[in-house]
Design a protein around this ligand. Structure first.
Ligand SMILES: [Cu+2]
Length: 184
C-alpha cells in the first residue's frame, strides 16, 4: 500500500512552500487568461466607456389645416398638455405636439453621457430620466446639462412631467459586450 501512489509534497516545509505558491500562481494565471478573453469589460463602471455629448431639443411641432378641405376631427385628443387640438378659426384649425428631439438615445453600458438639453419651445419643462433618478428643468433659450454614467442596461424614459403624454424620449443602454465598434 502507498507505493506508486501520487503524493503531494509536504508544503509545510519551507522549500516546498515556495513551489506550492508558484504552482498556485501559474494556475491562477492560466484560468485568468482563459476566461479573461471570453469576458470583455462588463463591469458597470467599465473604464472603457466612451465620453459622449448628446444634444436634445425641447420642441413643439405644429400643423395647420384648412377646415374646408380637412374636416376638424370629431375625436377628443388624448389628455395632457403635450398635445393640443384647436378648433377652426377663420377657416383653419391647428394641432400641436411637444417632443424631445431626438426620440431615442443609444448608449453602451459604462458610457459617460453629457446630455445637453436646449429649450426651443415652451417656457419650462420639468423633466426626469426614469430609472436613473435624474431630475432637471429645461428652460427656453437655456442649456441644461445632465451628466450620468450609463451603468444600467435597459430602456429608460426621459419624460417631461408637464407635456404629457407626447414629450417622451428613450435612453437605450446596451450591454458593452455587444459593442463591436467604438461608439462615435
Ligand atoms: Cu415639456
Amino acid at each position: 500500500m502507498g507505493q506508486g501512489r501520487f503524493r503531494l509534497p509536504d508544503f509545510t516545509r519551507p522549500g516546498a512552500r515556495w513551489i506550492g505558491l508558484g504552482l498556485l500562481a501559474l494556475l491562477v494565471g492560466a484560468v485568468g487568461a482563459r476566461f479573461g478573453k471570453a469576458r470583455p469589460a462588463e463591469s458597470p463602471m467599465a473604464a472603457t466607456g466612451a465620453r459622449r455629448t448628446v444634444w436634445v431639443a425641447a420642441v413643439e411641432f405644429k400643423g395647420t389645416a384648412d377646415a374646408g378641405k380637412e374636416p376638424f376631427p370629431a375625436e377628443e385628443p388624448p389628455p395632457g398638455q403635450g398635445i393640443r387640438l384647436m378648433p377652426p378659426r377663420r377657416g383653419k384649425w391647428e394641432t400641436e405636439a411637444y417632443r424631445w428631439d431626438p426620440g431615442l438615445i443609444v448608449a453602451y453600458q459604462g458610457d459617460e453621457l453629457d446630455l445637453h438639453f436646449w429649450g426651443v419651445n415652451g417656457d419650462v419643462h420639468p423633466a426626469e430620466i426614469e430609472g436613473y433618478g435624474q431630475r432637471f428643468t429645461v428652460r427656453r433659450g437655456r442649456l441644461t446639462r445632465v451628466r450620468l454614467v450609463a451603468d444600467k442596461v435597459g430602456l429608460f424614459r426621459i419624460v417631461c412631467h408637464t407635456h404629457t403624454p407626447s414629450m417622451v424620449s428613450y435612453l437605450l443602454v446596451l450591454p458593452r459586450s455587444v459593442a463591436t465598434v467604438p461608439a462615435p
